[in-house]
Design a protein around this ligand. Structure first.
Ligand code: NAD
Length: 451
């Protein structure tokens, strides 16, 4: 079945129709219609998958997609225009340029935490770049996956763009097929399997992975503002965001004030009982629920800590005085639990970050320019934000992606288009002026070279 789907997509691509800009624009417009007309259905699916309310659906997922589509539609003729480049003496009279051309058939494998953004985001770039695509949404967000499978063929070219649902076996079967690019979002362990499978066909990959994104809070900082921004980023979508601050690094002198600030903000955001708040999400399934609870074992709970298995509910939780070797510090938390690790000073914080895998995001809260400068120049991460969290994701002009263990490749806006295009080197010469070429033809005798 998977092979058949890829064959159909390849045949559609080979017709050449996706090379025509007007076709791409029409498909992008159709995708925009899908998002707008089916917002309510999408919202219901997300409520079932992740307990999202109807306000969070556009805010966390659909507005960003609409903006990406509008940007691609507006800029497409510019992005696809051949770019003249500098020439050398031998080619002064020639046309020398770079032309973005489609790669072919792209496989997009999505994760469950933002099931629409993580599949349709790359798809927008695939369409804009003129590719055919096969989308494999996560089986864990099953309501969104089956809705996507139902809706996409109603709006887009059914031969060019496909949705394959299913779990690990189906994804593995897909990965055996030959694609021209694989765009995977998910955890690093599976990322390695994806890269291994792609290597059999020498298929390039984009790996949008995760990891533990640190949040350093300097003493010289407005802690009340820092607490609001961090509390929003950490507990939105119940902590299941790849760029959520994973843990806080701070000096012990501000730990208690931070805990108090986060406690107050939680009360403001989700009320006395977050379980009954329509704004507070749930863990995707019982496996992840058990996993997150197990990570907390042995830690000292400063805020929250309550849970209810029947609803996959874990209260917004803050852990204090967490030790670097604690279990919760060994893997990405991907849940509503925020450990605080105390460090002596900035040097120690930098060493702590550099001793671990390069994170997807790094957050720094400080009013001290020297602290900010040192953090920026002495650490590495996919992205970095000073005095806020997560909002870099919303800026289409910034490349979004990881480095090292947090991934490879980048997307959003034109970066997605570039990622899913081949930049073809083009040189167009006339058959005239042959005399100019004499010097390069043999025989290259030394007497001729001297002349
Ligand atoms: P997941 O379990 O939904 O897996 C992602 C995809 O991989 C699914 O489509 C699934 O079918 C497939 N898959 C799972 N196991 C597989 C296997 N053994 N072989 C082949 N395919 C397999 O999602 P997840 O991995 O739990 O997602 C959470 C992770 O994703 C976190 O680490 C998070 O940080 C990361 N993430 C990264 C980004 C980003 O943009 N960088 C965005 C969201 C999530």
């Amino acid at each position: 079945m998977e092979k058949q789907v890829v064959d159909i997509a390849r045949r559609a691509f080979n017709t050449g129709r996706s090379r025509v800009l007007q076709y791409r624009v029409e498909q992008l417009r159709a995708l925009l219609r899908l998002i707008r007309q089916k917002q309510e259905d999408i919202s219901v699916a997300l409520t079932h998958d992740l307990h999202r309310n109807e306000f969070n659906t556009p805010l966390l997922e659909l507005i960003g997609l609409e903006n990406e589509i509008k940007l691609a539609e507006r800029e497409l003729s510019d992005w696809t225009r051949p770019q003249p480049v500098q020439k050398n003496l031998l080619t002064l009279t020639d046309d020398v340029f770079i032309k973005a051309e489609p790669l072919g058939v792209v496989l997009i494998i999505g994760a469950w935490n933002y099931p629409w953004g993580l599949t349709l985001g790359p798809l927008i770039g695939a369409i804009a770049a003129g590719n055919a695509a096969v989308v494999k949404p996560s089986e864990l967000s099953k309501n969104s996956a089956s809705l996507l499978k139902e809706l996409l063929p109603q709006y887009l070219d059914q031969e060019m763009y496909h949705v394959v649902t299913g779990g690990v076996p189906e994804t593995q079967e897909l990965l055996k097929q030959r694609f021209d690019h694989v765009f995977y979002t998910g955890n690093s362990t599976v990322g390695k399997l994806v890269m291994e499978a792609a290597a059999h066909h020498l298929t390039p990959v984009t790996l949008e992975l995760g990891g533990k994104s640190p949040c350093y809070i300097d003493q010289n900082c407005d802690l009340a503002v820092a607490c609001r921004r961090i509390t929003w980023g950490k507990f939105a979508n119940c902590g299941q965001t790849c760029i959520a601050p994973d843990y806080i690094l701070c000096n012990s002198s501000i730990q208690n004030r931070l805990i108090e600030g986060i406690r107050q903000t939680l009360q403001e955001f989700y009320g006395e009982n977050p379980k009954s708040s329509p704004d507070y999400g749930r863990i995707i399934n019982q496996n992840h629920f058990e996993r997150v609870l197990a990570l907390m074992e042995g830690c000292s709970v400063a805020v929250g800590g309550e849970s209810d298995k029947s609803q996959c509910y874990i209260a917004p939780t803050v852990l204090k005085d967490v030790l670097p070797h604690a279990r919760i510090m060994q893997e990405e938390i991907f849940g509503p639990v925020l450990p605080i690790i105390t460090v002596g000073d900035l040097n120690e914080a930098i060493c702590f970050i550099n001793d671990r895998e390069k994170p997807l995001a790094l957050y720094i809260f400080s009013s001290d320019k020297k602290v900010i400068k040192r953090m920026l120049s002495e650490t590495s991460s996919g992205g970095v934000v000073v005095n806020d969290v997560m909002i870099h994701y919303t800026i289409s002009s910034l490349p979004f992606g990881g480095v090292g263990n947090s991934g490879m490749g980048r997307y959003h806006g034109k970066h997605t288009f570039d990622q899913l295009s081949h930049k073809r080197a083009c040189l167009i010469k006339s058959l005239g002026m042959e005399s100019l070429n004499k010097a390069r033809y043999p025989p290259q005798t030394s007497s001729r070279l001297r002349r």
